[in-house]
Design a protein around this ligand. Sequence first.
Ligand code: AHR
Length: 490
Amino acid sequence: DRVNASVSVDLDTPGARIEPEIQGQFAEHLGRGIYEGIWVGEDSPIPNTNGYRNDVLAALKELDIPVIRWPGGCFADEYDWRDGIGPRSERPKRINTHWGGVIDDNRFGTHEFLNFSEMVGAENYVAGNMGSGSPREMAQWLEYMTGSKPTTLVKERQANGRDKPWKVKYFGVGNESWGCGGNMRPEYSADLHRRYATFVKPQPGETVVKVATGANVDDYNFTEVLMREAVNQMDAISLHYYTFVGDWDHKGSATGGGRKEWVSTLSNALHMDELITKHSAIMDQYDPDKRVGLFVDEWGTWYDQEPGSTPGFLYQQNTLRDAEVAALTLNIFHRHTDRVKLAAIAQMVNVLQAMILTDGDKMLLTPTYHVFDMYKPFQGATPYPATIDTPEFSEGGKTLPVVDASVARGEDGQLYLSLVNLDPERAARVATDLKGAATGHILTGPKLDTHNTFDAPDTIKPATYSARPGRDGTLTFDLPAKSVVVVAIR
Ligand code: AHR
């Protein structure tokens, strides 16, 4: 069973650059994300470099990760940065109240994070504590990390092993102030943002992008109030949106779903487009020149955590369905580059829609990892509008397009095309007006929940894919059901 679709591309109307940062990632002190997932310590039998596990580090380096957000999430608004500096054995032990009530002994702190980003080659996005910390603590943390003059804080950093300042490109003024970050009303959150952001001062000659904690999902009033009251004190505002199979109270299972769960999950993922459109329209009223970025700094699938895993650790499997969510979401970001300047998938390792899962010394790359790998050429690329003429299909009252597409010219001058076949059963033949020869990769699998396991870690991985031009020189693509393709067109 095969359907026909077409994609035509307007190469005369380039859009705003796809900032590399839209492929950013989020790493919170949550479950086995940092501890075990990234950091095992120098004494671990798991092969490591200065405490960072080698297998994870090598896999992450492959992704050209543009930016990493840390230390939370909800964790950020209870975090005292001073807990995470100095000799590790002397650092205080605190309860991680949000995530499992476990003890965090702070062996991963400011130095460990910033050195990690440096090893991975990513920019830093540090989220400060507006919920329970003081503006002075926030200001001093930034000085500790980025100061170059010989102040007491800078000397303390140097005594702790870091001579040169780090670059902190992005600084989050709190997180989810409407919820775990303080249960604030938007009016109060806007006032607090103004106050705290005043003290987030970059070093002379440096800049820092100040990110206001923004709306949850479709809380448009939150964006409205923050923009109205605090636009001059921010460079970006965040939006958080998670994809469930059902809703917050019916998150659903990561694996084992059928056609109905497939359709509702992908339909929920596509809702991102409406959210960005409507939040952007509000931002346009207060910032018509689009100076302020919309940072979707938490997104991804959130399922019921794996049976048997530690409560509160948000550990979930990752399947072909997650790969489709990732590709569709990145394509949506490509269509909103005038506003969306950064995004961070939640989260990097072992938490929610992770790139990587670990079990002891074993590691696997998820289908989401493979999508990010395939999408690397879109970092810094110039997008073009594409008209997609596609049949649709329905299930459980929800209707989806069969085909989604995104086209952009990479920094290397080549044209890149991504195609997603959302249909779980039918192949699609996609005619385009693009000319040349296309080579790249395809990600697909036999089942809706095809996934990798520690015993079979290569069950789903990209395969090479190519398409040749027809007699008129244009390219036609055959997409198997439930597949993601990215090609370079030469
Ligand atoms: O990513 C998990 C949590 O989701 C984050 O800590 C919080 O910001 C959001 O509610």
